[in-house]
Design a protein around this ligand. Structure first.
Ligand SMILES: *[C@@H]1O[C@H](CO)[C@@H](O)[C@H](O)[C@H]1NC(C)=O
Ligand SMILES: *[C@@H]1O[C@H](CO)[C@@H](O)[C@H](O)[C@H]1NC(C)=O
Ligand SMILES: *[C@@H]1O[C@H](CO)[C@@H](O)[C@H](O)[C@H]1NC(C)=O
Ligand SMILES: *[C@@H]1O[C@H](CO)[C@@H](O)[C@H](O)[C@H]1NC(C)=O
Length: 500
């Protein structure tokens, strides 16, 4: 849970939140949510058996959307027995940063559930509108696993569109039962749990069970799996493995969303096949893809099949285009990417085999090299980075920017002026690269925010520009760090001077 994720993962994750949970704002404002800060956080959390804390930032749009829903939920839950307390912490406030760090807040809003006076902390993974929050938290305060005594219980508890985990026991005692309870407590925010003495009540699976058994019911693949090792770690591993579809489907069907979230949060290499489901013959793709996924199960690779209609955002996020569909895209946890566009169903197996054998060349995301590039500030893309910057004989100041970044827009006219002032100097180039649309080597350029500027001297020295964003300072810096004509006479980033 506390594992570190790369910036890419966090980015993808928040995009999903954005895509999957579109919440509607309401103007209503009540005051049932406690406001906590560094001075009274611990004291308050210690006092309660069950308290939810939202870490927010005042500027965060998702937090603003959540606020009225959260207030509404707090007002409903204030009369719940036992009490369910909702609180919030402004994690943007310098005084509260320590709290945010302690609880590993990596984005806004982050909601955490604190139990037993803060002795156990768990991520809130529920919905973000009032009714959903209320239902989710009511369930969270109840027992982690519910007894199934009748067919009515089955009907009310087991949602056929979700994973449901049942412990079948000859009696509700003994080490197996206790371990199952520990598991349910541990994974309660991710799965629904039940326990029963009578396997015959369950909708699927063997009806005569003569020893303690965990039965996982799921809406995909084999639909039911039994497991009988009651060591907690083994059960956990079983649940994590068995609850992921061989191929995760991403369509407009809302029931797919939890699985899609899980897919994108996985640290496995992600294999994404995007097809137009209303186009011709999607079944051939589905079938061939599933064959491959089945063959490579448990090999550290996850598979997702997406319908173009539902995955436009995915396409855009990866910088891909409609007319490249059907396509297959692989994203490794080290950010290495592989791509095959305008794919035929029959190509899937061979292409993937070559990938697994390390025979494919990684895909580098790039805009197309502009045909005309005669503005004062030159446009660099991934495909021209080598020629225009890394291997060029000129001194280059390169700005990494994002189209949505305000500071970049502010810097643009200044950079223009700098570029104009060097217009008659062929040894100095001012350039920019859209870092959201182009890959670049992150071991050469450490870009953590926008804009980031790097300077590469003619002989290949690369330094980050950390001065003021004023015309004068930038020009000064270039003059100080540039190689004068004749100082460098070789090409290449390697120790160039040796080649003289
Ligand atoms: C915590 O302290 C802040 C002021 O530092 C106050 O505004 C807030 O109401 C307090 N919260 C509680 C629950 O006492
Ligand atoms: C219960 O879980 C503990 C911890 O994982 C394990 O050592 C023990 O063997 C388990 N008991 C059974 C009956 O599997
Ligand atoms: C998907 O296929 C349908 C049916 O052939 C077609 O109408 C639609 O334009 C296609 N979508 C795209 C983005 O190509
Ligand atoms: C570059 O990115 C990869 C993948 O995210 C990461 O593993 C590596 O540590 C990064 N390198 C640097 C120097 O940041």
């Amino acid at each position: 849970m506390a594992s570190r994720v790369s910036a890419g993962h966090v980015f993808v994750f928040f995009s999903w939140i954005l895509i999957l949970f579109s919440v509607s704002a309401s103007a209503e404002e009540v005051d049932h949510v406690l406001t906590l800060d560094q001075s009274n956080f611990t004291e308050t959390v210690n006092k309660h058996n069950f308290i939810v804390v939202e870490f927010y930032a005042p500027w965060c749009g998702h937090c603003k959307h959540l606020a009225p829903e959260y207030e509404k939920a707090a007002s409903v839950l204030s009369s719940h027995d036992p009490p369910i307390i909702l609180a919030k912490v402004n994690a943007n406030d310098e005084a509260n940063r320590e709290l945010a760090t302690k609880f590993e807040v990596q984005g806004f809003p982050t909601l955490k559930i604190f139990r037993n006076g803060g002795k156990s902390v768990q991520e809130y993974k529920g919905p973000r509108e009032a009714d959903g929050i209320v239902a989710y938290l009511k369930k969270e305060t109840g027992p982690a696993s519910t007894e199934i005594k009748s067919l009515e219980d089955v009907k009310s508890l087991i949602d056929e569109s979700k994973v449901f985990i049942v412990g079948v026991f000859p009696e509700f005692s003994g080490e197996e039962f206790r371990n199952f309870t520990v598991l349910a407590e541990k994974l309660r925010s991710d799965y629904d749990f039940g326990h029963t003495l009578d396997a015959k009540l369950l909708p699927r699976g063997e009806s005569s069970v003569n020893r303690p058994t965990i039965r996982l019911l799921k809406p995909f693949d084999e639909l039911v799996v039994d497991f009988q090792d009651f060591q907690v770690a083994a059960m956990e591993k079983f649940v994590e493995g068995a609850s992921v579809p061989i191929v995760t489907l991403f369509t407009k069907e809302p029931n797919h969303q939890p699985f899609v979230m899980k897919f994108f949060n996985s640290l496995n290499a992600k294999v994404i096949l995007l097809v137009n489901f209303s186009g011709e013959n999607p079944d051939a793709f589905k079938e061939k893809f599933k064959d491959v996924a089945t063959a490579y199960q448990g090999k550290g690779v996850s598979f997702l099949l997406g319908d173009l209609e539902a995955t436009k955002n995915v396409l855009q996020y990866y910088g891909l285009k409609d007319d490249q569909i059907p396509l297959i895209y692989i994203q490794q946890s080290d950010d290495q990417k592989y791509l095959k566009t305008n794919l035929e169903a029959d190509h899937i197996a061979t292409w993937f085999k070559e990938y697994m054998e390390g025979k494919l060349k990684p895909y580098i995301k790039s805009e197309t090299i502009p045909e005309v590039n005669n503005e004062p500030v030159k446009v660099v893309v991934a495909d021209s980075l080598r020629d225009m910057v890394l291997n060029s004989r000129t001194n280059v100041l390169l700005e990494f920017y994002a189209p949505w970044c305000g500071h970049c827009k502010k810097l643009a006219p200044t950079l223009d002026e700098v570029a104009v002032s060097f217009e008659n100097d062929p040894d100095v180039v001012i350039a920019k690269l859209d870092a959201t649309a182009n890959d670049f080597p992150n071991d050469t350029f450490d870009v953590r925010g926008f804009p980031t500027m790097y300077f590469k001297s003619a002989s290949g020295n690369i330094v980050q520009y950390e001065g003021d964003r004023s015309k004068e300072d930038i020009i000064d810096f270039i003059q100080k760090n540039r190689d004068k004509t004749g100082e460098s006479s070789s090409v290449g980033s390697a120790p160039a001077k040796d080649e003289l």
